[in-house]
Write a protein that binds this ligand. Structure first.
Ligand code: HEM
Length: 441
């Protein structure tokens, strides 16, 4: 059991009632401030205690920080549909390059319930068909191969060398796409996310990223076409997406929708899983590697550690919804059309649900009760895969990097991520490299 550091001192926080319709505003909640993104503990504790639903002028959204209210928002999909990402004016130069427009329309979770239900029913077919044992074997193979690239060095920054590579390589392997294009894919996907969600991009950036997106589209459509000609049978992700039909006669996915499903899998399973692996390895190596040694001695602990990481320090921060009908949460009136942001990180620290929420305890009885993968109609389609992947990644590290330690003098930092706001960077680790056989004096 690990006790958290003393909570950061509360920033200066005050509540006024001058939000829309006189609703509460929490001053001092700065969701775009790097320091608060990196450590939202103090401000969210205050909010859960004093004002669990409030309006944030900075985001133009109602923020929900308590577990119970969050469950209401994410499960009541009739009242709370998916919020669109920033709508972008397409620069003139891109009209010929991306004649079909940005991909937002076909991305499942950017759709309102009616269309979302249809898209999700079809897009989840390959996730449902995935065989857990095959997925575990594939994850382990990808993790082992990645470790092999740097193992003999005895020291590496595990975030670029491992945590960033494994999720991308795994999804490429699952999709049957060419691993040699991993750097292109990374650039393309980062560009798509910035186009959709980063208000700081300039028109010139947009044009460059739009061209990249066109390349990505061509590459993926080429793979879809190839798979239509040579289907690989049930259990192959892309084949399953292409052949998915639903019992109620819904039309199958169009190429554009398959492209969007591929893109979403790469985006949604990207920085989220990178951060989960990076955060958990960091925590395991903290305090002189106490958790690392515990997990090494008892591998059954790893699943609990993964769940507890998702609760204790959720890898993302906010998920958004649009309010479809005027309603009320926690005594705060929410008008139709308003944007509501659920603070997933905060829900994991809710003392009303998790006893000793400030303590990291992988053995807690309710360890999987967190909302780390969301809940309800829009919940994570890749949760099973993410769990298997992280488990295999950790096991591969335990086996491949004996007696690992954090190399002193290097600090783990948090850097901005368009996808999930904040991602770890810089985890320099050393380990024992066994002498090659026959080198003993
Ligand atoms: C630690 C890793 C992951 C975390 C913490 C995570 C978390 C989430 C959350 C919280 C949502 C719901 C967002 C909402 O309510 O609006 C979501 C949605 C989704 N996730 Fe994940 N995810 C992870 C990994 C993955 C992976 C590996 C994949 C696929 C390869 C994936 C695919 C998806 C998809 C497709 C959706 C959209 C569901 C929909 O539109 O209905 N995720 N994820």
């Amino acid at each position: 059991m690990e006790t958290s550091n003393a909570p950061a001192t509360e920033p200066s926080l005050t509540i006024t009632h001058d939000g829309p319709g006189g609703c509460p505003v929490l001053h001092g909640f700065e969701p775009l401030e790097p320091a608060q993104i990196a450590d939202p503990a103090a401000v969210t504790a205050f909010s859960r205690r004093e004002v669990p639903v409030f309006f944030s002028p900075a985001l133009g959204a109602y923020i929900v920080t308590s577990y119970a209210h969050a469950v209401k928002v994410v499960t009541d999909w009739k009242a709370f549909g998916r919020a669109p990402f920033i709508d972008r004016e397409m620069p003139e130069e891109l009209r010929d390059v991306l004649p079909e427009g940005f991909v937002t329309a076909a991305i499942t979770n950017w759709n309102d319930p009616a269309n979302h239900t249809r898209l999700r029913k079809l897009a989840q077919v390959p996730f449902v068909r995935q065989n857990a044992r095959d997925a575990a074997e594939l994850c382990r193979r990808v993790a082992d191969e990645t470790i092999e690239e740097f193992r003999s060095a005895g020291e590496a920054d595990l975030i670029p060398a491992f945590a960033r590579k494994v999720p991308m390589r795994l999804i490429l392997a699952i999709l049957g796409l060419d691993r040699a294009r991993e750097h292109d894919l990374h650039r393309w996907v980062v560009g798509v996310m910035r186009m959709m969600g980063d208000p700081t991009v300039t028109d010139a950036d947009m044009v460059a990223m739009g061209r990249d997106q066109a390349d990505f589209r061509r590459f993926t459509l080429g793979a879809i076409e190839e798979r239509r000609r040579n289907p690989r049978g049930e259990g192959d992700f892309l084949t399953d997406l292409i052949t998915a039909t639903s019992d109620d006669g819904e039309p199958s996915l169009s190429d554009d929708e398959i492209f969007a499903a591929v893109l979403l899998s790469i985006i949604a399973g990207g920085d989220t899983t990178v951060n989960l692996i990076a955060q958990l390895v960091t925590r395991m190596l903290d305090r002189d590697g106490a958790l690392w040694r515990e997990a090494d001695a008892d591998r059954t602990l790893i699943d609990g550690m993964i769940e507890e990481e998702l609760r204790y320090d959720h890898v993302g921060r906010l998920v958004y919804r649009t309010c479809n009908v005027a309603t009320e949460i926690g005594g705060v009136a929410i008008p139709a059309g308003a944007v509501v942001a659920v603070h997933l990180w905060s829900t994991g620290r809710d003392e009303a649900v998790f006893e000793s929420a400030e303590v990291f305890d992988p053995r807690r009885p309710d360890v999987a009760r967190h909302l780390g993968f969301g809940r309800g109609a829009y919940s994570c389609m890749g949760s099973a895969l993410a769990r298997v992947e992280t488990r295999q990644a950790i096991e591969a590290l335990l086996d491949g990097l004996p007696n690992a330690w954090k190399v002193p003098g290097h600090e783990v930092r948090r850097v901005f991520s368009t996808a999930i706001q904040s991602v770890l960077d810089g985890l320099v680790v050393g380990w024992d490299v066994p002498e090659p056989a026959g080198t003993n004096a």
